[in-house]
Structures are given as C-alpha cells and as structure tokens.
Write a protein that binds this ligand. Sequence first.
Ligand SMILES: O=C(O)C(=O)C[C@]1(C(=O)O)C=C[C@@H](O)C=C1
Length: 302
Amino acid sequence: MSRIAYFGPQGTFTEQAARVLAGGEELVPAETVRLAMTAVREGEADAACVPIENSVEGVVPATLDALSESTPLVAVAEAILPVRFSVLTRPGNTEIRTVASHPHALAQVREWLEANLPDAHPVASSSTSAAAVGVLQGDFDAAVCAPVAVEHYDLEVLATEVADVTDAATRFLLVRPPGELPAPTGADRTSVVAAAANRTGTLAELLTELATRGINLTRLDARPTRNNFGEYRFFIDFEGHVAEPRILDALTALRRQCRALRFLGSHPRADGTRTTVEPGFGNDDFVEAAVWADAVRKGDLA
Ligand SMILES: O=C(O)C(=O)C[C@]1(C(=O)O)C=C[C@@H](O)C=C1
C-alpha cells in the first residue's frame, strides 16, 4: 500500500480529493501544502495531494512555490471537486465574533459573511480543518469548512451550502517523484515552470513556441523568483501529453529559450476535455514532416 500525504488536517477538501485520487491507499495529513510535498521529497510518502487552483480565487500560491523549489515532483493525476462550505461553531455558541478559514475559502464566502455574519471578523487559518480545530480549542467562534469536517470535529452546523458562486470548484493534483508517466488519453494536460531570460519579449517568445505548434493554453501564472525584485517564473499549463511529438517538439523549443525549465507532468484532465488539434498541427503532421526532413538530410529526397 502506498502512503499519500495530503494537505490536512482531517476533513479538508484536499482529503476528499485524495480519496478520489488514491482512495485505497494510506492517507497521511500534513499541516501545510509544502510539508505534504516535503514528505514525498524525503521519502516519507510516495505521493502528495495538494490544491492547485480554484475557479473563483485562482491559483494556490503555496502549491506553485513548493512545486518550483527543491527536487522536482511531477503531477500524475488531477481531480476537480465542487466547493460549497459549511459554517461550524461550538455546540450552543450563539455569539459569533470571529470566523476562521483558509484564505481561499474566506474569499469564496465574502458576500455570504457580509450578509449573514456582518459583525464577525474573518481570520485566516492554515486550512479549513485547521479552522475547525481552532474553534474546538476556543481560538475562534466559527469555521468555514468542507461539509465532511463535521464528521471529524465535535461542532455544530450553523449553515450549509455556503458559497458566493454556486458552481465554484477546486482542482487538485497528485504529485510524486519523476518516474513512469501516465499514458496519453487524448484529453491530457501538460505543465511546466519556466524561468525566462530577463529581456524584452521573452514571455511572448515562449508563448509563441506553443502557439506556432497549435497548442492551447489552459493556465498561465507568474510567481516572483524571490531573488531579484521584478523577476518572475511562469507556470504554463497546456493541452496535450509529452508523449505526443508536437508537445515534445514544443518542450524542446521552450528548453532552448529558457534559463531554466522544469517539467511538472502530463496527465489526464479531470474534466475529460479533449485536446484541441487545429488542421496541420496533428501528431501525424509532425511525424510526417520529421520523416521528410530526415530523408532530405540523407539525400533521399529534395
Ligand atoms: O483547506 C482546505 O480544505 C483545502 O483543501 C484548501 C482549499 C484551497 O486551497 O483552495 C481547497 C479548496 C477550497 O477552495 C478551499 C481551500
């Protein structure tokens, strides 16, 4: 049985995602996203489940930073879960002056809190379940949690189905050390983090390498390198799998253009959206062109 570290403690949305992605395995909570990945890097866990992006609040910066530091980890699977919260308090407590949760969760219920608990101060906690633990310990009056949290913590439900955007969703990754990649399915996502040279037009050049191969982007984020103010790393997700000739061709080009390029994985998309292939940009087109060029090089064709 494998050990899967997840961003905990028990009862987080990430734990639910870990059950979807690695249900039969041993799940071990970690206090932060970074510590979940450290457990894998130090050999204490085989894989880690972490949140990557939310449809309302965007990327989870801690995940991007932890993916680009230390030894490489690659994503081998993803899950997308609908996100609707429960608000929990201590049994019998009626005075709510503080409401705690993960900053991504608080951002998704801002309007609900203003309308329903206008006098309560929002307080950031390390995760939604850490907020529930804080309520139990008397640190806060209420926690904005995943609905399953009430099964783990002896708290009372104040409200359920809480969400400013009713169809909000979060995408989670299962990451592990580099190894055999999942097979391509025709509905895959590839991710890289690129440190571009600091000169005019470099980001445009990177994106052009993808555009000229007919590759559709699914996400683009920038995070500071932390060393030089104003210098960024670009996290680029796009449709396709590194096992496809056109994707491999694009990666090779990106490698030439970047100061540093880290491959973050190719895996099936949770939403099953099939890769867009424009006419003339199919894998067969790339293979055929390479065969033609090789024949020209050998003097067999002109
Ligand atoms: O704290 C949790 O329950 C998490 O799993 C983290 C997290 C996030 O990072 O976005 C996951 C889903 C929700 O969007 C809110 C919080």
